[in-house]
Ligand binder design. Structure first.
Ligand code: HEC
Length: 196
């Protein structure tokens, strides 16, 4: 028995870690993806339009002030409007510790990174957990993002000063265009999906 118990535990734990293996049926996956995409659009729209306004008002120093004060608040606002579906951004190299990935997030981030390396990045991924679905969409770095996520020596010193002050443990610098910056993550309860 003494030898069996650790083995049994190991099997059980691996079982838990390897979420689900059987593929979702196409109809369910499509429905989850369309709900996920709708939530991502809402959050992206909200962040973009507010960032655009701040940029026009005062360039990147103003925009960085805006991001650091408002990104979290705008995410909460969108989630209140969405009611049951929850959307957020997650990154393995997070700036805000609230955007730290959990185990499944990290797994999916690794999958996307691997795909990107091989030049066949999926537009999204859907995972099924107990009672809910998770929709993931990759976020790529464009040259524009490097104003606040690039090499410190090429960034506006005022922007860098604000980042250092607000995020003493920032990990989101030194990116290059084309890299995976993170993911949008949308949690959708099973009851919201007709086919599921
Ligand atoms: C004006 C500066 C600025 C620009 C430009 C900018 N970001 Fe950010 N970004 C930030 C700040 C500040 C945060 C932390 C926000 C918070 O506290 O939630 C952040 C957070 C993020 C996050 C959430 C994960 C984390 O690290 O906390 C992602 C994903 C992200 N940015 C992607 C991008 C992408 C992609 C672009 C280009 C399309 C971009 N950013 C452009 C300043 C910027």
């Amino acid at each position: 028995m003494r030898k069996v118990l650790p083995l049994l535990l190991a099997v059980l734990l691996t079982g838990c870690a390897s979420h689900q293996k059987k593929p979702l049926d196409k109809g369910t996956e499509k429905e989850v993806a369309s709900l996920g995409q709708m939530a991502v659009k809402r959050l992206m729209g909200e962040l973009k339009s507010n960032l655009g306004t701040a940029l026009k008002e005062g360039g990147f120093p103003k925009a960085i002030e805006f991001c650091s004060r408002k990104a979290e608040e705008l995410t909460e606002k969108v989630n209140k409007e969405l009611v049951v579906v929850k959307v957020k951004r997650v990154s393995d190299k997070f700036r805000n510790p609230k955007n730290r990935p959990d185990g499944l997030d990290q797994e999916v981030i690794n999958e996307f990174k691997e795909e990107l390396k091989e030049g066949k990045l999926s537009p999204y991924k859907v995972k099924k957990l107990d009672g809910y679905f998770v929709y993931y969409k990759p976020i790529l770095v464009s040259p524009f993002c490097l104003n606040c996520h690039g090499k410190p020596e090429s960034m506006n010193p005022e922007v860098l000063r604000v980042i250092r002050e607000k995020y003493p443990n920032d990990r989101a610098l030194n990116y290059r265009a084309g890299q995976l910056r993170g993911v949008f993550k949308v949690v959708i309860p099973e009851g919201e999906v007709k086919g599921g």
